[in-house]
Design a protein around this ligand. Structure first.
Ligand SMILES: NC(=O)c1ccc[n+]([C@@H]2O[C@H](COP(=O)([O-])OP(=O)(O)OC[C@H]3O[C@@H](n4cnc5c(N)ncnc54)[C@H](O)[C@@H]3O)[C@@H](O)[C@H]2O)c1
Length: 286
């Protein structure tokens, strides 16, 4: 059911790769809610070709960009403003990638060139985006910018690797720029800390199936899906949340406030009653 929450609003959505992507779901819902927007992703993502279907469905123009390139980002904002004949009202940063995760380098044996790339793609790109938009004065008063984060920014979760550091930086950038944007332009900047979700990026996380089962058992409302995350993004782009800024907003079914749940305890007790010597022999530490 649509509520026309974004009627008349213009935006830019970064990071829709395929129909599992959180950004894809946001684009579909933003379209249903009456927004017009441009889509951006890397040339590599373009080659997969799926984003063209999304663009067609939402009558959106695609503007390719590597989010680590200030020149590319400048082009995305300038072209978007040309298309809309003015500033935008919302921006979604739904970008993340770690070569260390991809290449299975563990946290105490990181490739530091890859680490720099992780930070550049997954966090500093957000700073570049906000700096470019600020210099171009590309966002309307009371506009809204959202980036996607994960609880590993605050708590250590086995297997999340250098992406944890990237998310901590991302959340800090949202606060630091949130102050400047709020003070000077009445624009809000927030991050949403989403449940683990089975997307292309999510599937790369070590032990994602076990992690998702655990967080689902631990969360009183269960894991939040990509569709539900899109719904939360839409509320933050709407005029109903105009005084929410500089926040990291958990969208995780309650996981972040839990210590132990009955469902998780039951599972743990079940594993205690099995032959644990066998299990321990199979544990590999990193
Ligand atoms: N899936 C999860 O479990 C989960 C949980 C919490 C937060 N998030 C975050 O949500 C965001 C979206 O991820 P997703 O789960 O939808 O996966 P996804 O793989 O669909 O999206 C990641 C996107 O990042 C883009 N990207 C990578 N390098 C880029 C670059 N240099 N320039 C521009 N774009 C680039 C990819 O092309 C892709 O579209 C990411 O920030 C991710 O960390 C995901």
């Amino acid at each position: 059911m649509a509520y026309n929450l974004l009627k008349g609003k213009k935006g830019i959505i970064f990071g829709a790769l395929d129909e599992k992507s959180i950004a894809w779901k946001v684009a579909e819902m933003a379209h249903e809610e009456g927004a017009e927007f441009t889509l951006s992703n890397t040339q590599t993502a373009m080659r997969f070709g799926e984003i063209n279907q999304l663009a067609e469905k939402c009558s959106a123009t695609i503007i390719p960009a590597d989010a680590t390139s200030t020149a590319d980002l400048t082009r995305v904002f300038e072209e978007s403003m040309n298309i809309f004949g003015g500033k935008v009202d919302f921006v979604l940063h739904s970008i993340g990638m770690s070569l260390n995760v991809r290449k299975k380098r563990v946290y105490n044996d990181l490739n530091h060139d890859f680490f720099m790339k992780t930070l550049d793609i997954s966090a500093i790109s957000f700073h570049k985006m906000l700096q470019v938009a600020n210099k171009l004065d590309a966002i309307n008063e009371w506009g809204s910018v959202v980036a996607l984060s994960y609880i590993a920014a605050q708590r250590t979760l086995y297997g999340y690797n250098d992406m944890a550091d990237a998310k901590a930086l991302l959340e800090s950038i949202a606060r630091s720029f949130g102050y400047i944007y709020g003070r000077e332009k009445r624009i809000r900047i927030n991050t949403i800390s989403q449940s683990p979700t089975k997307t292309t990026a999510g599937s790369g996380v070590k032990g994602i199936d076990g992690l998702m089962d655990f967080t689902d058992r631990m969360s009183p409302l269960g894991n939040a899906t990509a569709d539900e995350c899109a719904g939360y993004c839409i509320t933050l782009f709407s005029d109903l949340t105009r005084k929410v800024t500089m926040q990291n907003l958990f969208h995780d079914g309650g996981f972040s406030s839990m210590g132990m749940s009955l469902k998780a305890m039951n599972m743990y007790n079940k594993s205690m009653s099995c032959d644990c010597d066998d299990v321990e022999e199979n544990i590999v530490e990193d």
